[in-house]
Design a protein around this ligand. Structure first.
Ligand code: URA
Length: 281
């Protein structure tokens, strides 16, 4: 059956089903029929097919075979180690950005349109770390530029702060998970290696973790955001830096649950207060 013979209403229902299941984007121009029969395997010449007598196998190869590193599977713990080592070698945010853009060890990069590194002012007093780019961020290559980012801007504006002056914004993931699916733990661990270094290099006075995924990943805890939010904690980085850290609700959650904005307002006031205290120290 081809698509032309399927009634429009059925195709529309199928598309809606895809969207409801998070498949909201085509990642190639041509549809791939994964049920089509596989091509027959390439014929392997049998020894009998050789008309010439075969040369004797040398007992020792004259040159040793080149040391080829097998491709590392994209879920391998080795990739986390590679990411950590690459990140550790970066001495500036610009170097780190270059390393992230060149990194090929995260499967998410294959389906994303852009690497979403950061926005705002590197070295700003407040660094915000969210979860992952969405469709708008993926299209524009900047974090928190969609509806939840606009809410975040308005919230910080309420305490007189803006991304042009006071904020440095990033995510634990640099690439959009296809269909906004939950990133795997391996994807999070790989990107987190860079994000931890990002925080070290940005040296914010305060860190704000937007949402449960960012809070759990950065603080390496299983505690949920309902328990974590609104309480100051200290993030200890590998270089010994300690950063006062406030986990808070993700703006996307606030869009779905406006009643929780009251608690987020308290978190913002606590951030404003902490910055005042740090300024007089
Ligand atoms: N949600 C996030 O966590 N980060 C973004 O950049 C956008 C939406």
């Amino acid at each position: 059956m081809n698509a032309a013979s399927i009634p429009h209403a059925d195709l529309a229902a199928l598309l809606k089903w895809y969207v409801d299941h998070g498949l909201d984007e085509a990642i190639g121009e041509e549809a791939v029929d994964r049920f089509a029969a596989l091509p027959p395997p390439a014929a392997v010449p049998s020894p009998a097919a050789h008309s010439q007598p075969m040369a004797p196998t040398p007992i020792r190869a004259s040159t040793p075979p080149p040391a080829v590193r097998a491709p590392v599977p994209l879920e391998s713990p080795q990739l986390v180690e590679d990411a950590r080592e690459l990140a550790r070698r970066c001495a500036t945010i610009a170097e780190l950005e270059e390393a992230v853009r060149a990194f090929e060890g995260c499967a998410l990069k294959r389906t994303a349109k852009n690497t979403v590194f950061a926005d705002g002012v590197p070295g700003a007093p407040v660094m915000v770390v969210g979860e992952a780019p969405g469709a708008d961020e993926d299209r524009l290559g900047k974090p928190f530029v969609g509806v939840s980012g606009q809410l975040m801007d308005r919230m910080f504006d309420a305490i007189g702060m803006s991304r042009e002056r006071d904020l440095y914004i990033t995510n634990i993931l640099f690439w959009r998970p296809p269909g906004n699916r939950t990133p795997t733990l391996a994807e999070q661990a790989i990107c987190l290696a860079f994000t931890r270094r990002h925080i070290e290099l940005a040296r914010p006075k305060l860190l704000v973790l937007a949402g449960g995924t960012a809070a759990k990943a950065v603080l390496d805890t299983t505690e949920g955001i309902m328990r974590l939010r609104g309480k100051w904690t200290t993030l200890k980085l590998d270089d010994g830096t300690e950063v006062p850290t406030m986990p808070t609700f993700h703006p996307a959650y606030l869009l779905r649950t406006p009643a929780s904005k009251r608690q987020s307002w308290l978190d913002l006031l606590a951030i404003e207060q902490k910055l005042r205290e740090l300024a007089v120290q």
